[in-house]
Design a protein around this ligand. Structure first.
Ligand SMILES: NC(=O)C1=CN([C@@H]2O[C@H](COP(=O)(O)OP(=O)(O)OC[C@H]3O[C@@H](n4cnc5c(N)ncnc54)[C@H](OP(=O)(O)O)[C@@H]3O)[C@@H](O)[C@H]2O)C=CC1
Ligand SMILES: O=C1CO[C@H](CO)[C@@H](O)[C@@H]1O
Length: 276
């Protein structure tokens, strides 16, 4: 595995296993600099959302990087108050304009709004048919949401992006997704930093001469999970990418597997407050 390692989605599209998450990058210069630095050190995927308010800066940073558009994998998401068939198509147009691109790599339903997530996904299928996106997907979908989509979908979602880290390992959902060819992306792969003081993880880091963040990110990779850690700190952006030249042993993987607490740092998709 190297920094350009990709996960091949069901339609053959290659999605980088490492991307930069840009949630909470709200300062223009900070956002431009973080993305610029990430692309310089080899990242080839950016994960944004209309919610994050930085699609314009994401597009700008990518254009200024001097890397061919087709070499960078761009994901964005339709926010909850834009869901439903027509509203999703309109929201996509807005995101595409802000990003100043003529296609996106992956478009996700951000959360499964109970009344409209199925129609939202139907719109995403249409965007795929029209070749405006290279892959379809969803985020924050439990198995029961996916079951509903799979019952009707012409194109099964290719990606499900959910909270995953050592304290929330999501094994059952992972098994279900694997069975249905749905790649799993971990959001908050570092538990928003909240798993990095774990003594087991720190000890494994000492054994390998790696930081806690590198151990956690490597654990995700060895579980075949795509990761999108967020950082605005150049040294951390680089550190988080230096995870392709070492391996955790089976014993170390098992030690981390034992840390699961089913603990969320974000919201549970079934209890999300959809307050429009
Ligand atoms: N689909 C969804 O609903 C959601 C999607 N996401 C996506 O996932 C991405 C990542 O998740 P996020 O919630 O940001 O959490 P992460 O698990 O990526 O953690 C980010 C935090 O960890 C810090 N950090 C990053 N690298 C290191 C390191 N090497 N050592 C110590 N601290 C570090 C960052 O600080 P600093 O920046 O100061 O360096 C930041 O405070 C988001 O940016 C977004 O793209 C996130 C939440 C929900
Ligand atoms: O993408 C996101 C970033 O984090 C937020 C707060 O947890 C989430 O609500 C949102 O889905």
């Amino acid at each position: 595995m190297n920094l350009q390692s990709t996960k091949v989605l069901t339609n053959g599209v290659e999605m980088p296993r490492l991307g930069l998450g840009v949630y909470k990058m709200t300062e223009r210069e900070e956002t431009l600099q973080a993305i610029d630095y990430a692309l310089k050190v080899g990242y080839r995927a950016i994960d944004t959302a209309s919610l994050y308010g930085n699609e314009t800066e994401v597009g700008e940073a990518i254009r200024h990087a001097g890397i061919k558009r087709e070499e960078i994998f761009v994901t964005t998401k339709v926010w909850n108050n834009d869901q439903g068939y027509d509203a999703t198509l309109r929201a996509f147009e807005v995101s595409l304009k802000k990003l100043n691109m003529d296609y996106l790599d992956l478009y996700l339903t951000h959360w499964a709004v109970p009344q409209s997530f199925e129609e939202t996904y139907r719109a995403i299928e249409r965007l795929y048919d029209e070749k405006l996106i290279r892959a379809t997907g969803v985020s924050n979908h439990h198995e029961h949401h996916l079951q509903k989509l799979l019952a009707k979908a012409n194109i099964a979602p290719m990606v499900n992006q959910v909270e995953v880290h050592p304290y929330l390992q999501q094994d059952a959902l992972k098994t279900y997704c694997t069975k249905h060819g749905i790649a799993l992306t971990a959001w908050s792969p570092l538990g928003r930093g909240g798993v990095l003081d774990n003594s087991t993880i720190l000890e494994i880091g000492q054994e390998l001469g790696k930081t806690a963040a590198q151990v956690v990110l490597r654990w995700h990779l060895q579980n075949d999970t795509i990761i999108i850690p967020k950082s605005v700190t150049p040294s951390r952006i680089e550190e988080n990418a230096q995870i392709f030249d070492f391996e955790l042993t089976q014993a170390q993987m098992t030690q981390i597997a034992s840390l699961n607490l089913n603990k969320r740092f974000g919201q549970d998709p079934d209890n999300f407050k959809f307050d429009f």
